[in-house]
Design a protein around this ligand. Sequence first.
Ligand code: SAM
Length: 300
Amino acid sequence: MKVHDHSQNENRGSVSSGVKRRAGGSPKKSLGQHFLNDPAIAARIVDAARIVPGETVLEIGPGRGAITGMLAEKADRLVLIELDGALAAMLSERYATAENVRVIESDARDLDLDEGGDLPEVVGRPYKVVANLPYYAAANIIRRFLESDNPPTEIVVMIQREVALEMAAPEGKMGLLSIATRFYADTEVLFDVPGAAFIPPPKVTSSVIRLVRREDKPLELDDEAAFFAFVRAGFKAPRKQLHNSLARGLIVEVDEASEIIARAGVDSVRRPRTLSIEEWGRLYEARTALESSPAITDGP
Ligand code: SAM
């Protein structure tokens, strides 16, 4: 992956001689560019991040900098990660003399958060992620941070309202995205932002959501990826009863799915969304146990 550190290059910028144009030109649909145009909402987002002196903050997709200035004032160290090269160059120029700000031109989905990776600022240290995320990549970006070995203490981001509600869904109504989020973080939808607050306005409503990293994960797992692959299989047919959905997802006979569910002590006629994370954990364990010691059959 190619990461450019524009803080090293003060001469790169988007201002052409004579003609004054918007940095980055017209908003790019393909990059989910809806720029926040309401300073009061920008201030509410920054307030929601509860930044205290000495903290490091990562802003993903700073764009034209709607919340960046306020973050730069509050954070001890601010790292901006922007995929649009023209905007990254503009921000590099704007913050060329700000010692606490570093600009990286990169796709946030590809960031290497490990030791020796792209972000030494986050290795083994507390930090927060604050952003108005592009809709198309929001869930992937959040997942990358949640699942990292160097996760942030808090993520405060604006995303599509439907996705925010799904991430924060209460127990009894949790889909795959809810489980994959709440496994790692306590999740709360803070407030809604109408499309009119952006240029250009998106067709959907946005919400600001806060994810606070859980001190203890709800399950002790050897292989989290295998667990989530199993849960994904359980949601293959989310409206069907659990044994049918799981059988389809695992590509096994309904009897085998029912055996797993019975061993886990779960009622097989329930719908996948009604299960708790703990129940998914029991199902996963039952499946693993059944695989290592299959039920005794009559034949040789
Ligand atoms: N923060 C600005 C604001 O509130 O006005 C811009 C928000 S806009 C919804 C999303 C920003 O994320 C754009 O600047 C876009 O170029 C950037 N972006 C899009 N995809 C990205 C990615 N994969 N990684 C990093 N930045 C990305």
